[in-house]
Design a protein around this ligand. Structure first.
Ligand code: DOR
Ligand code: ZN
Length: 404
Protein backbone atom coordinates (compact mmCIF):
# COMPACT_ATOMS: atom_id res chain seq x y z
CA UNK A 1 0.00 0.00 0.00
CA UNK A 2 1.16 3.55 -0.71
CA UNK A 3 0.04 5.92 2.01
CA UNK A 4 -0.15 9.58 1.03
CA UNK A 5 -0.56 11.49 4.29
CA UNK A 6 -2.51 14.70 4.73
CA UNK A 7 -2.66 15.62 1.05
CA UNK A 8 -4.77 18.48 -0.31
CA UNK A 9 -7.60 17.36 -2.59
CA UNK A 10 -8.47 20.17 -5.07
CA UNK A 11 -11.49 22.21 -3.90
CA UNK A 12 -11.88 19.87 -0.95
CA UNK A 13 -10.27 18.93 2.36
CA UNK A 14 -6.94 17.40 3.30
CA UNK A 15 -6.97 13.62 3.52
CA UNK A 16 -4.90 10.46 3.83
CA UNK A 17 -5.04 8.62 0.50
CA UNK A 18 -4.19 4.94 0.07
CA UNK A 19 -3.13 3.38 -3.24
CA UNK A 20 -2.82 -0.39 -3.65
CA UNK A 21 0.80 -1.41 -4.27
CA UNK A 22 3.17 -4.29 -3.73
CA UNK A 23 5.82 -1.71 -2.72
CA UNK A 24 4.76 -0.17 0.60
CA UNK A 25 5.66 3.48 1.02
CA UNK A 26 4.54 6.49 3.03
CA UNK A 27 4.69 10.00 1.64
CA UNK A 28 4.35 12.93 4.06
CA UNK A 29 2.26 15.06 1.71
CA UNK A 30 1.12 18.12 3.64
CA UNK A 31 2.76 20.45 1.11
CA UNK A 32 1.27 18.69 -1.90
CA UNK A 33 -1.99 18.68 -3.84
CA UNK A 34 -3.20 15.43 -5.39
CA UNK A 35 -4.28 15.35 -9.04
CA UNK A 36 -5.17 12.39 -11.24
CA UNK A 37 -2.11 11.57 -13.38
CA UNK A 38 -2.24 13.24 -16.77
CA UNK A 39 -3.15 11.45 -19.97
CA UNK A 40 -1.43 13.05 -22.96
CA UNK A 41 -3.53 12.31 -26.04
CA UNK A 42 -0.90 13.53 -28.50
CA UNK A 43 2.78 12.55 -28.47
CA UNK A 44 5.44 11.65 -31.02
CA UNK A 45 7.90 9.30 -29.31
CA UNK A 46 9.61 8.69 -32.68
CA UNK A 47 9.79 4.88 -32.74
CA UNK A 48 10.36 3.42 -35.26
CA UNK A 49 12.69 5.40 -37.46
CA UNK A 50 13.62 8.58 -35.67
CA UNK A 51 15.18 7.25 -32.50
CA UNK A 52 17.86 9.93 -32.61
CA UNK A 53 15.12 12.45 -31.69
CA UNK A 54 13.42 10.39 -28.95
CA UNK A 55 12.82 6.80 -27.86
CA UNK A 56 10.37 5.39 -25.35
CA UNK A 57 13.33 5.10 -22.95
CA UNK A 58 13.80 8.87 -22.90
CA UNK A 59 10.16 9.73 -23.66
CA UNK A 60 8.92 7.81 -20.63
CA UNK A 61 11.29 9.75 -18.34
CA UNK A 62 10.01 13.00 -19.79
CA UNK A 63 6.39 11.84 -19.37
CA UNK A 64 6.87 10.83 -15.72
CA UNK A 65 8.67 14.12 -15.03
CA UNK A 66 5.57 15.86 -16.38
CA UNK A 67 3.09 13.92 -14.25
CA UNK A 68 1.91 11.89 -17.27
CA UNK A 69 1.31 8.13 -16.94
CA UNK A 70 -0.58 7.46 -20.17
CA UNK A 71 0.30 8.67 -23.68
CA UNK A 72 -1.34 8.25 -27.08
CA UNK A 73 1.35 8.08 -29.76
CA UNK A 74 1.04 9.36 -33.33
CA UNK A 75 1.64 7.23 -36.45
CA UNK A 76 3.96 9.53 -38.47
CA UNK A 77 6.94 7.21 -37.99
CA UNK A 78 9.44 5.82 -40.50
CA UNK A 79 7.85 3.72 -41.90
CA UNK A 80 4.48 5.27 -41.06
CA UNK A 81 2.26 3.21 -38.80
CA UNK A 82 -0.61 2.53 -41.19
CA UNK A 83 -1.22 -1.23 -41.01
CA UNK A 84 -1.95 -3.85 -38.38
CA UNK A 85 1.45 -5.41 -38.98
CA UNK A 86 3.21 -2.10 -38.33
CA UNK A 87 1.08 -1.39 -35.27
CA UNK A 88 2.04 -4.77 -33.78
CA UNK A 89 5.71 -4.31 -34.68
CA UNK A 90 5.67 -0.86 -33.11
CA UNK A 91 4.13 -2.25 -29.91
CA UNK A 92 6.94 -4.80 -29.65
CA UNK A 93 9.56 -2.09 -29.99
CA UNK A 94 7.78 0.05 -27.40
CA UNK A 95 7.55 -2.85 -24.96
CA UNK A 96 11.27 -3.55 -25.20
CA UNK A 97 12.18 0.13 -24.81
CA UNK A 98 9.90 0.50 -21.78
CA UNK A 99 11.44 -2.63 -20.32
CA UNK A 100 14.89 -1.07 -20.68
CA UNK A 101 13.63 1.97 -18.80
CA UNK A 102 11.85 -0.31 -16.29
CA UNK A 103 8.80 1.97 -16.28
CA UNK A 104 5.47 0.42 -17.36
CA UNK A 105 4.03 3.55 -18.99
CA UNK A 106 0.47 3.18 -20.26
CA UNK A 107 0.11 3.91 -23.95
CA UNK A 108 -2.18 3.70 -26.95
CA UNK A 109 -1.40 4.05 -30.65
CA UNK A 110 -3.03 5.84 -33.56
CA UNK A 111 -3.39 4.14 -36.94
CA UNK A 112 -2.24 6.39 -39.81
CA UNK A 113 -4.78 6.88 -42.61
CA UNK A 114 -3.34 6.00 -46.00
CA UNK A 115 -5.47 5.70 -49.12
CA UNK A 116 -3.62 2.53 -50.12
CA UNK A 117 -4.33 0.86 -46.78
CA UNK A 118 -8.03 1.43 -46.11
CA UNK A 119 -8.51 -2.30 -45.46
CA UNK A 120 -6.30 -1.92 -42.41
CA UNK A 121 -8.92 0.14 -40.58
CA UNK A 122 -11.21 -2.85 -39.97
CA UNK A 123 -8.46 -5.25 -38.98
CA UNK A 124 -6.58 -2.81 -36.71
CA UNK A 125 -9.53 -1.30 -34.87
CA UNK A 126 -9.04 -3.25 -31.64
CA UNK A 127 -5.32 -2.42 -31.47
CA UNK A 128 -5.52 1.36 -31.80
CA UNK A 129 -7.20 4.31 -30.06
CA UNK A 130 -8.15 6.20 -33.22
CA UNK A 131 -7.52 6.69 -36.92
CA UNK A 132 -5.24 9.69 -37.59
CA UNK A 133 -5.71 11.68 -40.76
CA UNK A 134 -3.15 14.27 -41.89
CA UNK A 135 -5.12 16.64 -44.14
CA UNK A 136 -1.97 18.77 -44.42
CA UNK A 137 1.60 17.57 -44.77
CA UNK A 138 3.86 17.65 -41.73
CA UNK A 139 6.71 15.48 -40.39
CA UNK A 140 6.55 12.11 -42.20
CA UNK A 141 4.73 11.13 -45.37
CA UNK A 142 1.17 10.58 -44.15
CA UNK A 143 -1.24 12.73 -46.14
CA UNK A 144 -4.89 12.32 -47.07
CA UNK A 145 -6.50 15.41 -48.50
CA UNK A 146 -8.64 14.67 -51.54
CA UNK A 147 -12.34 14.70 -50.74
CA UNK A 148 -13.19 11.17 -52.00
CA UNK A 149 -10.40 9.58 -49.90
CA UNK A 150 -11.37 11.62 -46.86
CA UNK A 151 -14.99 10.56 -47.19
CA UNK A 152 -13.95 6.93 -47.55
CA UNK A 153 -11.83 7.14 -44.40
CA UNK A 154 -14.63 8.76 -42.38
CA UNK A 155 -17.16 6.25 -43.70
CA UNK A 156 -14.98 3.28 -42.71
CA UNK A 157 -14.16 4.77 -39.32
CA UNK A 158 -17.86 5.33 -38.60
CA UNK A 159 -18.72 1.82 -39.76
CA UNK A 160 -16.08 0.31 -37.48
CA UNK A 161 -16.75 2.79 -34.67
CA UNK A 162 -13.26 4.23 -34.56
CA UNK A 163 -12.65 7.80 -33.50
CA UNK A 164 -11.18 9.95 -36.31
CA UNK A 165 -8.36 12.27 -35.21
CA UNK A 166 -7.53 14.97 -37.74
CA UNK A 167 -4.57 17.26 -38.34
CA UNK A 168 -6.62 19.95 -40.03
CA UNK A 169 -4.60 22.11 -42.43
CA UNK A 170 -5.65 22.34 -46.08
CA UNK A 171 -2.85 20.94 -48.25
CA UNK A 172 -4.07 22.69 -51.42
CA UNK A 173 -3.88 26.11 -49.77
CA UNK A 174 -0.49 25.32 -48.20
CA UNK A 175 0.91 24.51 -51.68
CA UNK A 176 -0.50 27.69 -53.24
CA UNK A 177 0.88 29.85 -50.43
CA UNK A 178 4.23 28.08 -50.43
CA UNK A 179 4.66 28.75 -54.17
CA UNK A 180 3.66 32.37 -53.74
CA UNK A 181 6.23 32.96 -50.99
CA UNK A 182 8.94 30.56 -52.17
CA UNK A 183 11.61 33.28 -52.32
CA UNK A 184 11.09 34.41 -48.71
CA UNK A 185 13.61 33.07 -46.20
CA UNK A 186 12.11 34.54 -43.04
CA UNK A 187 10.72 31.73 -40.81
CA UNK A 188 7.89 34.07 -39.81
CA UNK A 189 6.42 33.34 -43.28
CA UNK A 190 5.48 29.91 -41.91
CA UNK A 191 2.60 31.57 -40.05
CA UNK A 192 1.50 33.28 -43.28
CA UNK A 193 1.78 30.19 -45.48
CA UNK A 194 -0.16 28.10 -42.95
CA UNK A 195 -2.47 30.93 -41.87
CA UNK A 196 -5.70 30.47 -39.84
CA UNK A 197 -7.75 30.24 -43.03
CA UNK A 198 -5.69 27.17 -44.05
CA UNK A 199 -6.62 25.49 -40.77
CA UNK A 200 -10.25 26.62 -40.79
CA UNK A 201 -10.86 25.35 -44.34
CA UNK A 202 -9.70 21.88 -43.30
CA UNK A 203 -11.66 21.96 -40.03
CA UNK A 204 -14.77 22.82 -42.00
CA UNK A 205 -14.24 19.90 -44.39
CA UNK A 206 -13.51 17.46 -41.54
CA UNK A 207 -16.71 18.49 -39.76
CA UNK A 208 -18.71 18.06 -42.99
CA UNK A 209 -17.30 14.54 -43.41
CA UNK A 210 -18.01 13.65 -39.77
CA UNK A 211 -21.57 14.91 -40.12
CA UNK A 212 -22.16 13.09 -43.41
CA UNK A 213 -21.14 9.68 -42.00
CA UNK A 214 -22.01 10.26 -38.35
CA UNK A 215 -18.38 9.70 -37.33
CA UNK A 216 -16.79 10.82 -34.03
CA UNK A 217 -14.20 13.51 -34.79
CA UNK A 218 -11.23 14.64 -32.65
CA UNK A 219 -9.55 17.77 -34.02
CA UNK A 220 -5.96 17.99 -32.81
CA UNK A 221 -3.99 21.15 -32.00
CA UNK A 222 -6.65 23.78 -32.67
CA UNK A 223 -4.92 27.14 -32.79
CA UNK A 224 -7.12 29.94 -34.15
CA UNK A 225 -10.34 31.86 -33.54
CA UNK A 226 -11.58 30.89 -37.02
CA UNK A 227 -11.40 27.16 -36.22
CA UNK A 228 -12.98 27.69 -32.81
CA UNK A 229 -16.11 29.31 -34.33
CA UNK A 230 -16.62 26.27 -36.57
CA UNK A 231 -16.16 23.87 -33.64
CA UNK A 232 -18.50 25.89 -31.45
CA UNK A 233 -21.17 25.63 -34.15
CA UNK A 234 -20.59 21.88 -34.61
CA UNK A 235 -21.09 21.40 -30.86
CA UNK A 236 -24.26 23.49 -30.98
CA UNK A 237 -25.42 21.19 -33.80
CA UNK A 238 -24.82 18.30 -31.38
CA UNK A 239 -22.21 16.59 -33.55
CA UNK A 240 -19.67 14.30 -31.86
CA UNK A 241 -16.85 16.77 -32.45
CA UNK A 242 -14.07 17.20 -29.88
CA UNK A 243 -11.14 19.60 -29.94
CA UNK A 244 -7.62 19.65 -28.51
CA UNK A 245 -5.33 22.60 -27.82
CA UNK A 246 -1.55 22.32 -27.43
CA UNK A 247 0.61 24.18 -24.91
CA UNK A 248 2.64 26.07 -27.53
CA UNK A 249 -0.51 27.66 -28.96
CA UNK A 250 -1.53 28.71 -25.44
CA UNK A 251 1.83 29.85 -24.07
CA UNK A 252 3.66 31.15 -27.18
CA UNK A 253 2.61 33.46 -30.00
CA UNK A 254 4.11 34.48 -33.34
CA UNK A 255 6.24 37.00 -31.44
CA UNK A 256 8.44 34.01 -30.51
CA UNK A 257 10.02 34.01 -34.00
CA UNK A 258 11.91 37.09 -32.79
CA UNK A 259 14.15 35.04 -30.48
CA UNK A 260 13.58 31.42 -31.55
CA UNK A 261 13.84 31.96 -35.34
CA UNK A 262 13.49 28.57 -37.12
CA UNK A 263 13.24 26.85 -33.73
CA UNK A 264 9.74 28.42 -33.48
CA UNK A 265 8.45 26.36 -36.42
CA UNK A 266 5.50 24.11 -35.63
CA UNK A 267 2.48 22.82 -37.57
CA UNK A 268 0.01 24.46 -37.26
CA UNK A 269 2.20 27.53 -36.70
CA UNK A 270 2.35 29.94 -33.80
CA UNK A 271 -0.47 32.49 -34.04
CA UNK A 272 -1.19 36.15 -33.33
CA UNK A 273 -2.05 37.29 -29.77
CA UNK A 274 -5.76 37.53 -30.68
CA UNK A 275 -5.85 33.84 -31.59
CA UNK A 276 -4.00 32.93 -28.40
CA UNK A 277 -6.56 34.87 -26.37
CA UNK A 278 -9.45 33.17 -28.21
CA UNK A 279 -7.92 29.79 -27.37
CA UNK A 280 -7.73 30.64 -23.66
CA UNK A 281 -11.40 31.70 -23.72
CA UNK A 282 -12.36 28.44 -25.39
CA UNK A 283 -10.81 26.47 -22.52
CA UNK A 284 -13.37 28.15 -20.28
CA UNK A 285 -16.46 27.77 -22.48
CA UNK A 286 -15.94 24.08 -23.30
CA UNK A 287 -15.13 24.50 -27.02
CA UNK A 288 -11.75 22.91 -26.29
CA UNK A 289 -12.04 19.51 -24.60
CA UNK A 290 -8.44 18.46 -24.06
CA UNK A 291 -4.87 19.66 -23.91
CA UNK A 292 -2.48 17.41 -25.84
CA UNK A 293 1.18 18.36 -25.86
CA UNK A 294 1.98 17.43 -29.48
CA UNK A 295 5.34 16.50 -27.93
CA UNK A 296 7.33 16.50 -31.19
CA UNK A 297 11.05 16.35 -30.42
CA UNK A 298 13.67 17.36 -33.00
CA UNK A 299 17.33 17.99 -32.22
CA UNK A 300 18.52 21.56 -31.79
CA UNK A 301 20.78 21.15 -34.83
CA UNK A 302 17.83 20.06 -36.98
CA UNK A 303 15.73 22.98 -35.74
CA UNK A 304 18.50 25.48 -36.49
CA UNK A 305 18.65 24.66 -40.20
CA UNK A 306 17.42 27.35 -42.64
CA UNK A 307 13.70 27.91 -43.19
CA UNK A 308 12.54 25.24 -45.63
CA UNK A 309 14.79 22.58 -44.11
CA UNK A 310 14.17 22.96 -40.37
CA UNK A 311 11.49 20.56 -39.11
CA UNK A 312 8.40 21.63 -37.16
CA UNK A 313 7.57 20.79 -33.55
CA UNK A 314 8.63 21.11 -29.92
CA UNK A 315 9.31 18.67 -27.10
CA UNK A 316 7.03 19.66 -24.25
CA UNK A 317 5.59 16.73 -22.30
CA UNK A 318 7.68 17.29 -19.18
CA UNK A 319 6.62 20.94 -18.92
CA UNK A 320 2.95 20.30 -19.75
CA UNK A 321 1.74 20.30 -16.14
CA UNK A 322 4.17 22.94 -14.85
CA UNK A 323 3.03 25.37 -17.57
CA UNK A 324 -0.61 24.77 -16.62
CA UNK A 325 0.06 25.04 -12.88
CA UNK A 326 1.93 28.28 -13.51
CA UNK A 327 -1.14 29.54 -15.41
CA UNK A 328 -3.23 28.48 -12.40
CA UNK A 329 -0.86 30.44 -10.16
CA UNK A 330 -1.56 33.46 -12.41
CA UNK A 331 -5.33 32.88 -12.00
CA UNK A 332 -5.75 31.99 -15.68
CA UNK A 333 -7.16 28.48 -15.14
CA UNK A 334 -8.68 26.48 -12.27
CA UNK A 335 -7.36 23.13 -11.03
CA UNK A 336 -10.78 21.72 -11.92
CA UNK A 337 -10.32 22.75 -15.56
CA UNK A 338 -6.77 21.38 -15.63
CA UNK A 339 -8.07 18.00 -14.41
CA UNK A 340 -10.87 18.00 -17.01
CA UNK A 341 -8.59 18.99 -19.91
CA UNK A 342 -5.70 16.67 -19.11
CA UNK A 343 -7.50 13.67 -17.68
CA UNK A 344 -11.28 13.34 -17.42
CA UNK A 345 -12.21 14.52 -20.91
CA UNK A 346 -9.38 12.54 -22.52
CA UNK A 347 -10.55 9.39 -20.77
CA UNK A 348 -14.14 9.99 -21.89
CA UNK A 349 -13.33 10.80 -25.55
CA UNK A 350 -10.90 7.89 -26.00
CA UNK A 351 -12.91 5.55 -23.80
CA UNK A 352 -9.95 4.70 -21.55
CA UNK A 353 -10.39 2.71 -18.32
CA UNK A 354 -9.87 4.43 -14.98
CA UNK A 355 -6.95 3.62 -12.67
CA UNK A 356 -5.23 4.79 -9.46
CA UNK A 357 -2.41 6.76 -11.11
CA UNK A 358 -1.91 10.19 -9.61
CA UNK A 359 0.53 13.07 -9.33
CA UNK A 360 1.50 15.09 -6.28
CA UNK A 361 2.13 18.72 -7.12
CA UNK A 362 3.68 21.51 -5.10
CA UNK A 363 1.71 24.62 -6.07
CA UNK A 364 4.29 26.92 -4.45
CA UNK A 365 7.48 25.45 -5.87
CA UNK A 366 9.27 27.83 -8.24
CA UNK A 367 11.90 26.65 -10.70
CA UNK A 368 13.48 27.94 -13.88
CA UNK A 369 13.41 25.72 -16.97
CA UNK A 370 16.83 24.87 -18.38
CA UNK A 371 17.65 22.81 -21.46
CA UNK A 372 20.20 20.67 -19.63
CA UNK A 373 17.71 19.52 -16.96
CA UNK A 374 15.33 18.09 -19.58
CA UNK A 375 14.79 14.35 -19.91
CA UNK A 376 13.74 14.42 -23.56
CA UNK A 377 16.44 13.38 -25.99
CA UNK A 378 15.88 16.66 -27.85
CA UNK A 379 17.42 18.50 -24.87
CA UNK A 380 15.99 21.86 -25.74
CA UNK A 381 12.79 23.71 -25.04
CA UNK A 382 11.15 26.90 -26.28
CA UNK A 383 10.38 27.52 -22.59
CA UNK A 384 14.04 27.50 -21.44
CA UNK A 385 14.63 30.46 -19.13
CA UNK A 386 10.96 30.60 -18.03
CA UNK A 387 10.45 30.61 -14.26
CA UNK A 388 7.34 28.60 -13.40
CA UNK A 389 5.45 28.29 -10.11
CA UNK A 390 3.72 24.93 -9.52
CA UNK A 391 5.55 21.66 -10.30
CA UNK A 392 4.87 17.93 -10.16
CA UNK A 393 6.96 16.28 -7.42
CA UNK A 394 5.83 12.63 -7.36
CA UNK A 395 4.18 10.65 -10.15
CA UNK A 396 2.51 7.38 -9.17
CA UNK A 397 2.05 4.80 -11.93
CA UNK A 398 0.66 1.28 -11.41
CA UNK A 399 1.47 1.40 -7.69
CA UNK A 400 5.04 2.65 -8.17
CA UNK A 401 6.21 6.02 -6.90
CA UNK A 402 8.57 8.12 -9.03
CA UNK A 403 10.12 11.21 -7.47
CA UNK A 404 10.48 13.80 -10.22
O1 DOR B 1 4.87 20.57 -35.68
C1 DOR B 1 4.54 19.41 -35.85
N1 DOR B 1 5.40 18.41 -35.61
N2 DOR B 1 3.30 19.15 -36.27
C2 DOR B 1 2.95 17.92 -36.65
O2 DOR B 1 1.85 17.74 -37.11
C3 DOR B 1 3.91 16.81 -36.59
C4 DOR B 1 4.95 17.07 -35.60
C5 DOR B 1 6.13 16.12 -35.76
O3 DOR B 1 5.89 14.92 -35.78
O4 DOR B 1 7.26 16.58 -35.84
ZN1 ZN C 1 1.42 15.94 -33.64
Amino acid sequence: MIEIRNVQIPNDTRRDVFIPSTRPQTIEASRYTLLPALIDPHVHFRTPGHEHKETWETGVLAAIAGGVTHVLDMPNNYPSCCSLERVLQKKQLIESQLQMADIPLRYGLYLGADRNCFDEIAVSKNEVVALKIYMGSSTGDLLLHDRPSLEKAFQLAAEHQILVAVHAEDEGLIQINRNQYSAVENPQMHSVIRNPNVAAKAVEMAIECAQKFNARLYLVHISSAAELSLIRQAKRDRLSVYAEASPHHLFLSDLAYGHLHTKALVNPPLRARTDVEALWESLQDGTIDTIGTDHAPHTKAEKMQPFGLAPSGFASIELYLALLLNAHHQNKISLKSIIALTHTNVRRIFNLPSNDDCVLVDLEKTKTVTDCSLKTKAKWSPYAGWTLTGWPCFTILKGRVYAV
